[in-house]
Design a protein around this ligand. Structure first.
Ligand code: F0G
Length: 461
């Protein structure tokens, strides 16, 4: 290991043994799971890269903090601790915990949908965000830069908004019909790609011109801040927390799945800059859905862990190792000639399966084929982000389709070592070298919505 990739800034105090299986066992396990990795038991997985959400390891400080969790129904000490940390990071006035990111979406997003025929605009909406936009009666429009879809072309901020397009969409739909602009940082669906400070600033300017609210989807905001420090002129010497605070200054609200950059296994946040009326509306809606606004579906002890985890995730040494480890895996794949989203994003390596398996048509799910193959090869569970996940158009019943057929190798925080990254790389390289033997999959059972979670398949012979 050379200095290009920093070593773990921690030592390991508690370990969870992981089981290894034989190829014959995995063939049976995958068949029994209907060739859908979501249906595998985690104990039958050697390295689990399904998600980086809620799968991280907590620190001794977080576990220690849990002991003083105040479990009061209302106004707990733990809440006030969290509130103070979140106010300090964001510079905002109003803080409410929720049980996870989609809880924040379901309480907050309907508040800005004041009539029929409204839209939310995002660089790219994450799936649950899109679902909650639609459930609130609005429609979701994505406005990301075109470079985002050119996998091998370097752009330091592939998650950026296309500002021309953004302006155009606002004028086309009418500013009074835009409920809000959601800045997803980092941009998960584009491969954990960051958004620049300059871009956030410009989006805010456009939003101000038309009196539209801006909302940060901050699930991975700390990773975004790190990329700004690394890549954007003028931020080299700034502290990560100051970069985070500046990012927040370009938004009116901050919604967070704390299961990522909160370094906890469950939790979320709604944070509002200064609109008290909006916060009061969120409080009212939170009570029947999430819980009283000072606990919002979380335990006091979990709130304590979050208050500590939020600050740990802004630590530059932690972030450097985190980003380096993901980049190490991506670099190994690039060296082997495997097409991936480049540059490598914050939380995952996105492998382009369209070019690995061009012989598999989209409706036989090339990225599922590669994902299943690496499970068979090495017991590694990744996730398909492609035609399967996109689902069908509710009206035409055709596959919605997508420009991107990805296998996402999502790296949990502080869980695996560089040696695990080598095991993953070796498995993907092996599958790549035998790519001509890959075969597609067809449905045995296709659920009507969110089909990727529970569908079952058989191999196409
Ligand atoms: N926003 C983004 C950008 C996300 O990536 C996620 C979840 C959410 C919101 C919803 O948060 O899961 O806490 O309700 N992403 C996970 C993933 C599930 O695997 O990418 P949640």
């Amino acid at each position: 290991m050379n200095k290009k990739y920093s070593a773990e800034p921690y030592r390991i105090k508690m370990v969870e043994p992981i089981k290894e299986t034989t190829r014959e066992q995995r063939e049976m396990l995958l068949k029994n799971a209907g060739y859908n990795p979501f249906s595998l038991k985690s104990e039958d997985v050697y390295i689990d890269l399904l998600t980086d959400s809620g799968t991280g390891a907590m620190s001794q400080e977080q576990w220690g903090a849990m002991m003083v969790g105040d479990e009061a129904y209302a106004g707990s000490k733990s809440f006030y601790k969290l509130e103070s940390v979140v106010k300090n990071i964001t510079g905002y006035q109003y803080v409410m915990p929720v049980h996870q990111g989609r809880g924040a979406e379901q309480v907050f997003l309907p508040q800005l949908v004041t009539k029929a025929g409204m839209y939310y605009i995002s660089n790219i909406h994450f799936d649950t965000t899109r679902a909650h936009v639609e459930l609130s009666g609005a429609r979701a429009i994505d406005c990301v830069i075109e470079e985002c879809f050119v996998m091998d072309k370097f752009h330091p901020f592939k998650g950026n908004f296309d500002l021309v397009q953004l302006n155009k969409v606002i004028l086309d739909k009418g500013p009074e019909n835009i409920a809000g602009i959601i800045m997803t940082i980092t941009n998960n669906s584009a491969g954990g790609q960051p958004v620049s400070m300059e871009n956030l600033k410009e989006v805010k300017k456009i939003a101000n011109k038309y009196h539209i609210a801006t909302i940060i989807d901050g699930a991975r905001y700390a990773e975004n801040a790190y990329f700004i420090k690394e890549r954007e002129k003028g931020y080299e010497d700034k502290a990560i927390i100051d970069i985070a605070r500046e990012m927040c200054s370009y938004a009116d609200a901050f919604l967070m799945s704390a299961k990522k950059d909160g370094l906890v296994n469950m939790g979320g946040l709604i944070v509002i800059k200064d609109n008290e009326e909006l916060f009061n509306k969120c409080k009212i809606r939170a009570i029947p859905y999430e819980g009283f606004p000072t606990y919002g579906g979380m335990n006091g002890r979990d709130i304590e862990a979050l208050a500590v985890g939020l600050m740990e995730a802004l630590d530059e040494r932690y972030l450097k190792h985190r980003i380096d480890q993901v980049r190490y895996l991506g670099d190994r794949l690039i060296e082997a000639g495997i097409p991936i989203q480049f540059p490598i994003g914050g939380h995952a390596v996105f492998v382009d399966c369209k070019s690995i398996a061009p012989h598999i048509p989209a409706d036989q799910f090339p990225a599922l084929a590669v994902t299943n193959a690496i499970y068979l090869e090495a017991g590694i569970r990744a996730v398909e982000i492609g035609t399967l996940l996109m689902g069908r158009d509710p009206d035409t019943h055709e596959n919605v389709g997508t420009k991107m057929e990805y296998m996402r190798l999502t790296i949990p925080r502080r869980v695996y070592t560089y040696k695990h990254m080598d095991v993953i790389a070796d498995a993907v390289i092996h599958v790549y070298e035998h790519r001509n033997e890959l075969n597609g999959f067809e449905f045995v059972y296709e659920p009507p919505i969110l089909r990727h979670f529970t569908a079952t398949f058989k191999p196409v012979k």
